[in-house]
Design a binder for this molecule. Structure first.
Ligand code: FAD
Length: 474
């Protein structure tokens, strides 16, 4: 490897590949690529480079690999573990995929779609819908996150219950390796047992093994009908009973089951103008339930109605609002999707993205809230999320009137409390968002020695000069 080049040499090499206008160095231009969504990470890059094709990505990586220039791949910059923004060294180059934005192909008959890494998730959903099909990946950041980022993080979201994680939706990948070699693995096969399934290594690798430039994705028949209901319950234990009831009656037609506490609804009503409380009185906990039917609107509604009737009779539900229209269903989902965003307006928030076996969720919530509020009196736990997947975003907002920085200084202490309980319940400290920089130190505590060793060996094989997202994950 050559000596690390100066910033000027990096800029001129990158400009020769993508053209001067696509190499950004001025703070006002680079800032959007360097600040993380929650303002937790802010870095200073050597440059931000905006390639427009896999060949340009390959040329950039060849240069970086030969000269020891660290590369930070970036999609929509909505990641929540600080992996996609540069550090403060001024040495890292942010490689944004935002100009690789073609949907190369939609195959209606085969129900597949090939998109470049920079396509925004919502645009993929739209393209599938225009073809009469459905792409089920759905998350609060879908108007900004890009499919390459979704794949690199193995994003979860609200559709996991019925359709699985991003990993389950990817049929093939095109990836540029650290040395600039392009791997075209854009297959569209559901079955392919010809050796190691290499694409799986890149899915969830957080940009540490290669740069994804395109993906072939699975599409599904578009549901013909959807029924959505906003239900109030007494506590998480009852929410779990209700989840079991809906799983039994609806089976794979149950496409969403989210849990939210009252505090979350209060925050949304306070900070999202025009949002209405779906129910007249306040209740301690809420479930947002969605049933889809491949046959008709009527079938989805009927299934929702009969299950709800039985749930009311069994006194599992305190009150409920079945959505009367598509617009109202969208309003209900909007409440759920803005639950992360509104916490920012309430000051500091200490985050946890954890999963535990589903049956343990009530115990987890009870123990975690008791322990956290004992350690930080006045702290406001706001646990919400994908109850059906055992995945809770256990966020803790600062006490009212407390100093934001003083509260956030207790991040590690609060993490330790919550993750300790997660560990005792055989859960995971990162259900959806990954490791990045935020949880890098924790990884060695939750993985066995052999797991860490195998991960390091894979990293060394794919990226021997450690130019891809150094200091993230491993
Ligand atoms: P970025 O943030 O740009 O990057 C994320 C990681 O992927 C980084 O490590 C980056 O280096 C790497 N990367 C990006 N593109 C590539 C590429 N082409 N090749 C290789 N590596 C790449 N996540 C969930 O899983 N479920 C949720 O429900 C969810 N809800 C969210 C709600 C909100 C409001 C927000 C802000 C975030 C949420 N997230 C959620 C987190 C985030 O949206 C996801 O992690 C998303 O998949 C990241 O996509 P992105 O394009 O923004 O990637």
């Amino acid at each position: 490897m050559n000596d690390t080049p100066t910033q000027q040499a990096i800029v001129s090499a990158l400009s020769a590949i993508v053209g001067e206008t696509h190499v950004l160095t001025r703070t006002e231009e680079t800032r959007p690529y360097c600040v993380e969504w929650r303002d937790l990470y802010f870095g200073v890059p050597a440059a931000v480079v905006r390639p427009a094709s896999p060949d340009e990505v390959a040329a950039i990586l060849r240069f970086a690999n030969e000269n020891g220039v660290p590369i930070v791949p970036q999609g929509g910059n909505t990641g929540l573990v600080g992996a996609q923004v540069p550090d403060e060294s001024g040495r890292e180059v942010v490689l944004t995929l935002e100009r690789l934005k073609a949907i190369r192909d939609v195959d209606r008959e085969g129900a597949t779609l090939v998109a470049e890494a920079g396509v925004v998730l919502e645009e993929i959903q739209k393209a599938a819908s225009e073809a009469g099909l459905f792409f089920p990946l759905s998350l609060g950041a879908q108007g900004s996150c890009r499919i390459g980022g979704n794949i690199a993080t193995n994003a979860g979201g609200t559709g996991v219950l019925a359709y699985g994680n991003t990993r389950d939706l990817v049929l093939g990948l095109e990836v540029v390796m650290a040395d600039g070699t392009i791997w075209n693995g854009l297959r569209r096969l559901r079955k392919d047992n010809t050796g190691y399934d290499l694409k799986q290594l890149f899915i969830g690798s957080e940009g540490t093994l290669g740069v994804i430039t395109a993906a072939s994705l699975r599409l599904f028949p578009a549901p013909k009908g959807r029924a959505v209901a906003f239900l109030a319950v007494e506590d998480p234990q009852t929410a779990l009973t209700l989840f079991r009831r809906f799983s039994q009656t609806a089976g794979s037609a149950l496409t969403g089951f989210e849990l939210m506490p009252r505090l979350g609804i209060d925050f949304v009503l306070r900070h999202q103008e025009g949002t209405r409380d779906p129910l007249e009185a306040p209740y301690p906990w809420y479930c947002l339930v969605e049933i889809s039917s491949g046959r008709s609107e009527a079938e989805a509604s009927e299934l929702m109605e009969t299950t709800l009737e039985a749930a009311f009779e069994a006194e599992e539900v305190l009150d409920g609002a079945p959505a009367a229209s598509l617009a109202q269903a969208a309003e209900f989902w909007h409440i759920r999707h803005t639950m992360s965003e509104v916490q920012k307006k309430e000051g500091g928030s200490i985050k946890h993205d954890v999963s535990v076996p589903i049956a343990k969720i009530p115990e987890f919530l009870k123990r975690a809230s008791a322990a956290v509020t004992e350690a930080v009196p006045g702290a406001r736990p706001l646990p919400f999320g994908h109850l059906g997947d055992g995945n809770i975003h256990y966020n803790v907002s600062q006490p009212v009137g407390a100093d934001r920085d003083e509260f956030l200084a207790r991040w590690d202490e609060v993490n330790k409390i919550v993750h300790g309980i997660v560990g005792e319940l055989s859960g995971s400290i990162s259900a959806e968002h990954g490791i990045g920089r935020l949880k890098r130190k924790l990884l060695v505590e939750v993985k066995s020695e052999i797991e860490i060793d195998l991960m390091r060996r894979i990293k060394a094989a794919f990226d021997p000069n450690a130019i891809l997202n150094p200091g993230r994950m491993l």
